[in-house]
Design a protein. Structure first.
Length: 447
């Protein structure tokens, strides 16, 4: 089944124990049904009547909690086969990168296809229905269509996918971090951005594929490329994304090489606005948070990666208080060592309680950034919230699991507090019940 789903079949999700719609707050309903027609939610209500003569897939959700499909706003799929490498288990970002580039410069088609299947499967199995991916490593000796292979593989697996055409134009010989044999010229990068947008980008509501332009970072691309990418993206009406303020080393690098802090440098290059969001954003200061809020620039929060590399704890409660759009992401599996979205949600709750106290972040806050926050970053109001007319992107978890014993006073939060690493019973994307790894149907009969 392709990502568009079987649009001739309706899906009737019956007797939902707890429905978390994220519509006007958590929007919790009990003992209700959802009827899906074509690729949209047709009706939400009690005891929905369905024409039994029609082709209808029925899901009994008597013991299940149902959420909008989660939205992953930053990832590096190709890293999924370079996890837990002993030599870099205890190093910080710059040393971690320079070590791994020696492996990633060997990327080929098998490497990319396999890692894409792993990453997509993990996300779907943990309730994530929409994902971005920043692909930016293009070895000179490999095919220059590796990102096409990634996009086509995700489409086969049925996920809503917003690929980031990443880029690196500043290799070691120019003072950057990556080896010279994985960087490209600005002309080649922009030419390929144009090709990808023409081939894959669908700007329409309910799109299954939108291209985002995403130079890797201030220390791996030239200033000219940042400026030209921003201009070109706005000509084409596509979004912009990059890493920023992930480490203190990055701040020192920008001050030394550009005479400015990272955000000031990016602002000078045209990189603020509602069409821009940054990954990590750990080290924004008070004034920079105000700039983000005033310009509508967003932040993708990566708690596991930030903790694993000891990069720091992002100021998420303060960003939210200031009105900055914040989404959640698992980040690459070489700095997370997992791609499980539920685990990421749990860590987001716990990490900020350590820094800010028990009342400053709640399960509702985490659910908001995992759904509505991601939808806001990606400018897609048709996802992230379950209501009539919205996309049929749904994550269904079974409450009759050992992990949830004794947790039923608040089923909506049980998955965050008790279910780190849990899998869905069903993941529905665009009305299709997704196949995972091409042969596993996400169904109670599995596992």
């Amino acid at each position: 089944m392709k990502g568009k789903g079987d649009l001739t079949m309706s899906i009737h999700i019956k007797n939902i124990h707890t429905l978390v719609t994220m519509n006007n707050g958590l929007g919790i309903h009990n003992n209700v049904d959802i009827l899906i027609k074509e690729n949209k939610i047709h009706e939400i209500g009690k005891n929905i009547k369905v024409d039994s003569s029609k082709d209808v897939k029925i899901i009994d959700a008597t013991d299940k909690v149902v959420y909008p499909g989660f939205i992953n706003t930053h990832h590096h799929y190709y890293q999924s086969v370079t996890r837990n490498i002993q030599a870099i288990q205890s190093v910080e970002l710059f040393n971690w990168l320079t070590s791994l580039y020696e492996i990633w410069r060997e990327l080929d088609e098998d490497f990319v296809k396999t890692s894409t299947q792993i990453a997509t499967g993990e996300l779907l199995l943990s309730g994530c229905t929409t994902s971005t991916d920043q692909y930016y490593v293009f070895p000179k000796k490999a095919s220059d269509r590796l990102i096409d292979l990634e996009i086509d593989t995700v489409a086969e697996m049925g996920m809503r996918f917003y690929p980031n055409r990443g880029s690196m134009s500043c290799g070691k010989s120019q003072g950057g971090l990556p080896p010279d044999d994985v960087v490209q010229t600005s002309d080649k990068i922009l030419e390929d951005c144009d090709r990808l947008i023409s081939k894959y980008h669908d700007p329409n509501p309910f799109s299954m594929c939108r291209v985002i332009l995403a130079p890797c970072s201030p220390f791996s691309v030239t200033t000219d490329l940042l400026v030209e990418t921003a201009k070109y993206a706005r000509q084409k009406g596509v979004q912009l994304h990059t890493h920023l303020c992930e480490t203190k080393d990055e701040g020192s690098y920008c001050l030394k090489n550009f005479g400015k802090r990272p955000l000031a440098y990016m602002e000078e290059c045209g990189w603020v606005g509602k069409d821009v969001y940054y990954a990590h954003g750990i080290h924004f200061n008070d004034d920079e948070i105000k700039i983000l809020a005033e310009t509508g620039t967003g932040v993708s929060h990566c708690p596991s990666s930030n903790a694993r590399l000891a990069s720091g704890i992002a100021r998420v409660p303060e960003l939210l208080d200031a009105g900055v759009n914040v989404g959640l992401s698992v980040d690459g599996s070489a700095s997370n060592d997992s791609g499980n979205y539920v685990k990421e949600m749990q860590l987001a709750l716990l990490l900020h309680r350590v820094k800010y106290g028990v009342t400053r972040i709640t399960p509702e806050d985490v659910l908001k950034i995992a759904t509505l926050g991601g939808a806001a970053l990606l400018q897609t109001p048709e996802i992230g919230c379950l209501k009539e007319g919205n996309a049929a992107d749904i994550a269904i978890f079974n409450l009759k699991r050992l992990e949830f014993a004794g947790a039923m006073s608040d089923p909506s939060a049980a998955m965050i507090f008790c279910g780190g690493g849990i899998r869905t019973d069903y993941t529905i994307v665009n009305k299709g019940i997704c196949p995972v790894l091409t042969f596993i149907l996400i169904d109670p009969s599995y596992g």
